[in-house]
Design a protein around this ligand. Structure first.
Ligand SMILES: NC(=O)c1ccc[n+]([C@@H]2O[C@H](COP(=O)([O-])OP(=O)(O)OC[C@H]3O[C@@H](n4cnc5c(N)ncnc54)[C@H](OP(=O)(O)O)[C@@H]3O)[C@@H](O)[C@H]2O)c1
Length: 341
């Protein structure tokens, strides 16, 4: 059995990664359609050893598709996901447009695969924010073992999280600085080359940013509504790969050795943790990988039942495209995805 798949946003960072992962894994694809805006009509994108020409979202007939993997931004998702879903095509959306809708499951398959069954209310499933996906993959096995009460997380998020324009801006500013061209911030609010910016997405009334709020709301929906989380989200001059320094307070005692053993066995996790030079993972090393890497596991003696961990993952993969495809695979493996006529 095979399924016809539409990739919406196929010319973007996440869309290109979706095409690559779809061809890498044994996903039962029939036809694959690359879709972007009218600007990209006819633009060629790679799918394995084939080349696909992009179609225009507004002109495309979705009734021939079984599943649409969508990564074209929140406004496009808000408008188009319900229209596509109404054609009988299941939408798995990467934007934040549907994540907090009670009738839309928000899924990280290693954590709450069973939630996919709820997709039938709107025919839409949401993929979490990139920083949340790697966070919950690392926290779920620890929560099962010792029950998490509170999490304090600081993120170090790469520019690819802001789309292809974010990557271009870091590249242009970095080159410019070497020839003494003054950096001109456009996509980011301040200079990103050789700098860090403690501001991702818009500010909320309480002084936090929307990116920080998303982590709070999403951990509750995916993992456990009782967990308290506070976040500081920071953009750093790294092209791909998000890092997180995470402090966790548990209800029950758990040692660093116990946590290391639990995480070694946990789905999606890869522990690289030696207290020596290079015995940890940095973002450049995780690019193109499927895993959520965990390093620097150690006890926090300043609180009862506390641990610190360092978590790194490819934001375009586990943070977006890989998770989206894992959701689609979950639907298929559970016999929940119907084929178009
Ligand atoms: N990057 C990450 O780490 C990450 C992680 C999780 C979720 N997401 C979410 O995924 C989405 C895409 O992110 P990205 O990083 O791939 O962005 P991107 O590199 O800027 O790509 C945006 C894509 O959307 C398409 N698009 C824009 N306007 C469109 C329109 N009117 N109709 C049809 N297609 C349109 C673009 O097509 P054209 O080339 O034709 O303009 C392009 O293919 C965003 O909602 C983002 O929040 C990203």
């Amino acid at each position: 059995m095979s399924y016809n798949v539409a990739i919406i946003g196929a010319t973007g960072n996440v869309g290109r990664e979706l095409l690559e992962i779809l061809s890498e894994r044994e996903f039962p694809v029939g036809e694959v359609y690359a879709i972007a805006s009218r600007r990209s009509l006819g633009t060629e994108v790679s799918f394995g050893n084939k080349t696909l020409k992009c179609a225009d979202l507004e002109q495309f007939n979705f009734s021939k598709c079984d599943i649409a993997l969508m990564s074209a931004g929140g406004d496009i998702s808000k408008e188009w996901a319900p229209k596509i879903a109404a054609k009988g095509c299941v939408v798995i959306d990467n934007s934040s447009a549907w994540r907090y809708d009670v009738d839309v499951p928000l899924v990280v398959p290693e954590v709450n695969a069973g939630a996919v069954a709820g997709y039938t209310k709107k025919n839409i499933i949401a993929n979490p924010n990139c920083s949340t996906a790697q966070l919950v993959v690392a926290l779920k096995p620890l929560h099962d073992a010792a029950t998490i009460k509170r999490v304090v997380v600081s993120t170090y998020q790469s520019v690819s999280g802001a789309g292809k324009e974010g990557m271009d801006e870091l590249w242009t500013q970095t080159k410019g600085i070497f020839v003494t061209d003054p950096p001109t911030p456009e996509k980011f609010t301040k200079q990103i080359a050789f700098n860090v910016i403690p501001h991702i997405d818009v500010f909320m009334e309480d002084g936090s940013t929307k990116e920080e709020w998303k982590m709070v709301a999403e951990i509750k929906k995916i993992l456990d509504k009782k967990i308290k989380l506070t976040a500081t989200c920071v953009r750093v001059p790294v092209f791909v790969g998000h890092s997180e320094a995470i402090n966790i307070e548990f209800e029950k005692p758990i040692t660093a050795d116990e946590a290391r053993e639990i995480l070694r066995e946990a789905p999606g996790c890869l522990v690289i943790d030696k207290p020596e030079d290079g015995g940890y993972v940095t973002p450049v090393e995780c690019v193109g990988d499927f895993a959520t890497f965990i390093s620097r596991i150690r006890e926090d003696a300043t609180i009862e039942n506390g641990l610190n961990i360092w978590v790194v993952s490819d934001n375009l993969r586990k943070g977006a495209a890989l998770n989206t495809i894992q959701i689609a695979e979950t639907l298929i493996n559970r016999g929940l995805l119907k084929q178009a006529a």
